[in-house]
Design a protein around this ligand. Structure first.
Ligand SMILES: Nc1ncnc2c1ncn2[C@@H]1O[C@H](COP(=O)(O)OP(=O)(O)OP(=O)(O)O)[C@@H](O)[C@H]1O
Ligand SMILES: [Mg+2]
Length: 152
């Protein structure tokens, strides 16, 4: 599924419509080069689960930020991960036991990020399209069917 995101607000909105479909154990994988809008989408999603004015800093240095929402959400930025197994040390397993995970730079988990995650995964690849962006969206596990419910 391809979704045109003409501006940053559209990227935020995509995060917002994903939020109500999320369940504990789900992972949202955000692929795309530097500055493509991964954090923008994550912020829209997290604010929809918490509060519209929730502070959502980019976890560039902390690698992860946890939010006490329903379901709980953990925001990972794995750009600075040194090896895939380090993801467990920063709480990836626990995050998925209790809630869902939104992951920037999932390629840092190696060739098969799925082996670190649960079976239900939403995969979003953001690329440049003119002045805006193009999101290529696919689903694995429960997300395969749930994609049809994405109200964009
Ligand atoms: N659809 C869009 N069209 C144009 N600009 C956008 C769009 N979505 C987001 N942006 C802008 O792109 C810039 C970078 O966004 P953001 O920080 O979310 O990227 P990122 O992918 O998280 O970057 P990084 O790889 O450094 O973590 C921001 O200025 C944001 O407003
Ligand atoms: Mg980012």
């Amino acid at each position: 599924m391809k979704i045109a995101l003409s501006d940053a607000e559209a990227t935020t909105r995509l995060g917002q419509v994903i939020a109500p479909l999320l369940a504990a154990g789900d992972s949202v994988l955000l692929y795309g080069p530097l500055g493509m809008g991964k954090s923008t989408l994550a912020r829209g999603l997290i604010r929809a689960l918490t509060r519209p004015d929730e502070d959502v800093p980019s976890p560039t240095f902390t690698l992860v930020q946890f939010y006490d929402s329903a379901p709980p959400v953990a925001h990972f930025d794995l750009y600075r991960l040194t090896r895939p197994e380090e993801a467990f040390e920063i709480g990836l397993d626990e995050a998925l036991d209790e809630g869902c995970a939104v992951i920037e730079w999932p390629e840092r988990l190696g060739d098969d990020p799925g082996s670190f995650l649960g079976p239900d995964r939403l995969i979003i690849e953001i690329s440049q399209q003119g002045e805006g962006r193009l999101a290529t969206v696919s689903g694995v596990g429960a997300w395969e069917a749930r994609l049809k419910e994405l109200n964009v």
